[in-house]
Ligand binder design. Structure first.
Ligand code: ZN
Length: 138
């Protein structure tokens, strides 16, 4: 009896190791959204997302960034991470819209919205900064 139970962990360990070496990682990429069963269509940072969760993540980020930009003064240093995240959102939205993923008009509208909104925010922030440097120079 003891031997039979002792053998089990070894067998499953072997199976797990076998899986690791199997095939490319490319395909089986699933959405990192909470309890989401969908396949990922894109990624943000280190996480992969399905279309809906990608849009959700982008809107969250955009809303936060918009709040920050309204609050900070032109002398506040640019939060580079935030700027990069906004750029990444825009970049991914563009990639999805040009990819072969099937999109309806609402999906397209969301992508365009994300693209334009993140563009607005990054240029608004860069404008704040360039005005600040002009003030400093004078
Ligand atoms: Zn998802």
């Amino acid at each position: 009896m003891d031997m039979a139970t002792a053998g089990k962990p070894l067998a499953s360990l072997g199976a797990a190791q076998g899986e690791e070496t199997q095939g490319p990682m490319m395909q089986a990429d699933w959405c990192n959204g909470k309890d989401c069963p969908n396949a990922a269509v894109t990624s943000l940072g280190t996480k992969s997302y399905c279309f809906d969760h990608f849009c959700g993540q982008c809107y969250e980020l955009l809303e936060r960034a918009e709040g920050n930009i309204a609050r900070i003064s032109s002398r506040t240093p640019v939060n580079r991470e935030e700027m990069q995240s906004l750029d990444e959102c825009a970049q991914r939205a563009l990639e999805i819209s040009l990819s072969e993923i099937e999109l309806d008009n609402l999906d397209r509208a969301r992508l365009l919205d994300i693209l334009l909104w993140s563009g607005d925010l990054t240029s608004a922030r860069r404008m704040q900064r360039s005005q600040a440097s002009v003030t400093v120079a004078n």
